[in-house]
Design a protein around this ligand. Structure first.
Ligand code: UT7
Length: 329
């Protein structure tokens, strides 16, 4: 748990951006090759379409596009950034990291970049990590990216998983500002959790040190669903308690976009009004670590999220991992 520093530094969001693959695959498209239907997918998940990356659109390219868009939104250049953290479970290669590829793509030879893997909770973990770097004074500005190509991990013949996922990337720029400069803005609190006993419920059945292959995503969907709402709302409540705020104080609730039913049940349990919930699962499906920054990008671009708004991000995913952060935008 972290609190907004007293007399110290805050990590303020100064830019947000995203990049989606060109190709859109609708539920009707999937119906042609799978025993599924638009009706089933929409009713059970809220998903209507997903973007699927082409061979020329690896995770690093999507992440680079999102990073460039976030820098443009902030009015900054790569020279102004000294830290790149990428949340991803679908790197281009086992190594080097996607972060170093994005760094190179931006023409940065200074600073540091690394990847962080917490599956669907990755972006929340990355924001918490960047916040700690920035508030320590070791770095000045961080690009925090969530970038994924889950289309490469799913078994396209398994209707119980492949219809759920999509590809994309989103990014924010966080800047260390003095308390006077920040005026109450910034990452107010972050809460991270994990519990490895749940490994078998959501995992990829391959990897370099076991099968020497990439593997395929396996999920006991109903089991994940059973835990998702409780875990997500627990950390959200922790964030409210740490800051003396409650659901009524929130301007925007921007949860991980896995399933509309999970999102609506979480909002209801927390007492967040439906009008404050940012929902993009219909357009993007589940893009894992990219889903929150993609949703932030949509809600910032359409004028919903404004300077000074109180924004809650939360996620739950493989591991299990789960986490929440409260941000004064
Ligand atoms: O991002 C990280 C975390 N991941 C999640 O949060 C996902 C959590 N889980 C879920 O979102 C939901 O459990 C799913 C969307 C995966 C599944 O929804 P559900 O309401 O839990 O359905 P179910 O798994 O209980 O399946 C119901 C039926 C089954 O048929 P029977 O056994 O009742 O005859 C499935 O075979 O739906 C069938 N089914 C499908 N039918 C048409 C499963 N997938 C499909 C499909 N199209 N794509």
């Amino acid at each position: 748990m972290t609190h907004l520093t007293e007399g110290g530094l805050s990590s303020v969001v100064v830019g947000v951006g995203s990049r989606l693959p060109k190709r859109i695959v609708s539920n009707a498209d999937l119906q042609k090759s799978l025993d599924t239907s638009d009706e089933w997918i929409v009713q059970r998940t809220g998903i209507r379409q997903r973007h699927v990356a082409g061979e020329d659109e690896p995770t690093s390219k999507l992440g680079l596009g999102a990073a460039q868009a976030a820098l443009a939104d902030a009015g900054l250049s790569p020279d102004d950034v000294d830290l790149v953290i990428v949340a991803t479970s679908t790197p281009d290669h086992t190594f080097p990291s996607v972060a170093t590829q994005i760094q190179a793509g931006l023409g940065m030879t200074h600073g540091a970049g690394f990847d962080l893997q917490a599956v669907c909770s990755g972006f929340v973990f990355a924001v918490a990590t960047a916040d700690k770097f920035l508030r320590s004074g070791s770095h000045r500005r961080a690009l925090v990216v969530g970038a994924e190509t889950f289309s490469r991990l799913v078994d396209w013949t398994d209707r119980s998983t492949c219809v759920l996922f999509g590809d994309g990337a989103g990014a924010i720029v966080l800047e260390a500002q003095s308390r006077e400069q920040a005026q109450g803005r910034g990452v107010l609190t972050t809460h991270l959790r994990s519990d490895g006993r749940h490994r078998e419920k959501l995992y990829v059945d391959g990897g370099p040190s076991t099968t020497r292959t990439t593997g395929v995503l396996r999920m006991a969907g109903r089991e994940v669903f059973r835990h998702a709402v409780g875990m997500a709302t627990d950390v959200a409540e922790d964030a409210f308690a740490a800051t003396g705020t409650n659901a009524e104080d929130l301007d925007w609730f921007v949860p991980h976009q896995a399933n509309r039913r999970i999102i609506e049940a979480s909002a209801e349990k927390l007492g967040v009004a439906p009008s404050k919930v940012v929902l993009t699962v219909d357009l993007h499906a589940n893009t894992s670590a990219a889903s929150i920054p993609l949703a932030l990008s949509v809600a910032k671009a359409d004028g919903r999220i404004k300077r000074g708004d109180l924004v809650m991000i939360e996620a739950m995913g493989g591991g299990f991992t789960w986490g929440a952060a409260l941000i004064r935008w």
